[in-house]
Design a binder for this molecule. Sequence first.
Ligand SMILES: Nc1ncnc2c1ncn2[C@@H]1O[C@H](COP(=O)(O)OP(=O)(O)OP(=O)(O)O)[C@@H](O)[C@H]1O
Length: 304
Amino acid sequence: MSAATDALEVTGIGKQYRRLFGRGSNWALRDCTFRVPAGRVAALVGPNGAGKTTLLTMLAGLLTPTEGSAQIGGRPVAAGRSRGGEGRVSFVAQDKPLYRQLQVATMLEVAARFNHVWDPSRAARWLERFEIPLDRPCGRLSGGQQAQVAFAIALGSCPSVLLLDEPLSNLDPLARREVTQELLTEAADTGMTVLLSTHVVAELGGVTDHLVLLADGALLVDDAVDDILGSHRYYVGPRSTAPPVPGEVVRASHTDHQSTFLLRVPPPLEPPAVAAPWTSREMTLEDFVLTQLETKRANSRRAA
Ligand SMILES: Nc1ncnc2c1ncn2[C@@H]1O[C@H](COP(=O)(O)OP(=O)(O)OP(=O)(O)O)[C@@H](O)[C@H]1O
């Protein structure tokens, strides 16, 4: 994949926060390098405190990196500098700031004045899709409805890259699925790239096509979801010290009578079929994320 087709290019980025009390500082994120191709919906996943918000805030140009740099649409991100053209970015933070006393329709008018590129129909379509009342003050909407207004404003500004910090956290399960599917449609229709942080990995299957996994302020995985899922498979059979087919053992677990192996076969090879009594099944994205995090934790404990 050439750099020209990458909407987001992050090189060695890191952030060190000063401690408020006492001396010294903490690295929230270190040496993070990854790319997200244009038009993808990428999930930014990691445990609490992994550095997701810090990364998104730097990509939005609201926080200066301590090290490294980022490019959006081929142009460097610089804190405090507004962007236009191909590198236009919208960021929806966790606390979605809306004027509580303003009606939704008036809030959109205010947003239109703040954005030099604005598509009123795109914002209106999103609100209509999610049945948000335009005449209600924002402060009298539910948390999930307020989130929808924030998404509508972000989309109305026609970003080439949309950064969302835990967009699904206020939404019910049905709304979560609808929002992720609509974002996928928006990305497919407009070429917009989405990077969204989330803890709800189980609901990302079929929606995100790229995974960026952080843990303890470091990048653990940066890969296409199809490649991840296509190269891993579970094998379950009688208790055994070795898997029934060749491949890298990512994880093995055993009971008295049964063994389960998660195997990785790097693309372009397909994970092999298996003969009875062994059975095999696909791995989910949630399985993959949990396995990576467990392995990382076990390695850290061993090294300590
Ligand atoms: N302003 C700040 N000053 C000092 N430390 C900070 C600051 N903001 C974040 N941190 C620390 O940086 C680390 C990463 O925080 P960050 O909010 O980026 O994580 P996160 O992955 O978004 O977490 P969560 O999933 O809980 O939202 C944490 O250890 C956090 O305590």
